[in-house]
Design a protein around this ligand. Sequence first.
Ligand code: NDP
Length: 341
Amino acid sequence: MSSDQSLPANHLQILLASRPEGRPGAENFCSREATVPSPGEGEVLVRNVYLSVDPAMRGWMSDRKSYIEPVQIDDVMRGLTVGVVVGSTVDELPVGTRVSGPLGWQEYAVTTPDQLQALPPGQPLRLFLGPLGMTGLTAYFGLLDIGQPKEGETVVVSGAAGAVGSVVGQIAKLKGCRVVGIAGTPEKCAWLRELGFDAAIDYKVDDVPAALREHCPRGIDIYFDNVGGEILDACLAQLRRGARIPLCGAISQYNEADVRGPSNYLSILVNRARMEGFIVFDYAKRYGEALQELGRWVAEGKIDARFDVVDGLENAPEALNRLFDGANTGKQIVQIGPEPT
Ligand code: NDP
């Protein structure tokens, strides 16, 4: 086996301690020091550098039927990470290879190659949790496959200054659409205008229905829904005939015991519209094609990405709540350890 000689004996893991009711709190997690494992035959040891912090984590903490099994109590909390191979018995993944995978809230993990994606050199590691990672792919397939934007159409995206939303808006601009973003602070709205959005609505101070009427005078062709709740209802009320609604997420509902459905849903009928839910993992076979195009847009400066970095794995529970507080601009990540040199 080849290995990095400077490995510590122990490492930090964060486990799910209990299931939250409402907003997750520190009491729902616990930490432990575990022995850094050694890779067996056909395995690699990865040092995690960044943890992706995702709204979906709130769902994984609940014992509810979903697209994936809940995290079990006392298990390491689930999460996507990017990191570097520091021990290996696999020729194709030698020490020093940069990888991404579902390695969880811990500093080190042993895993098998089928769980990992080797990352190409030359790009900052964090990009593979943003536009060149799961959130970029979500924006890409949700907008292009389900939304099917056409030049000149009006696209509205909520959660617009977040990881998925900011990429949705920029791709929609590349496709020649008029793009209106909805976000929760004046600073976020200013950033959206810098990114080239045609208008930005601050849903915490603006009258959303009136602002949508003003900025979408011909109605909404595509509403990319990241938040659900009242914003979904306001957008439904202003659909154009033949509108498409990629249902990506509903963060306004994730901490609620009773999920609130849209009351304006008859607008879908009247406007012959289509609302379709999707899970990015179902597109796994097509990641390659999407990453080529996303990679080109990023390299050409056509997609800009911001990262909100919380330092230290021990602060991951706090980082999760930044999503529900709207404290993050761009992709929320936790830095677990130093970038490889
Ligand atoms: P973001 O980076 O967008 O962070 C979440 C943002 O949601 C916050 O910054 C906040 O911004 C906004 N928000 C929080 N609470 C509310 C609320 N009550 N009403 C309106 N906005 C709120 O997260 P992601 O980009 O990672 O995820 C965006 C959505 O995409 C989520 O719903 C997530 O579950 C979903 N998703 C779905 C996937 C799929 O396969 N279907 C895959 C990945 C993500 P603000 O200041 O604007 O309020």
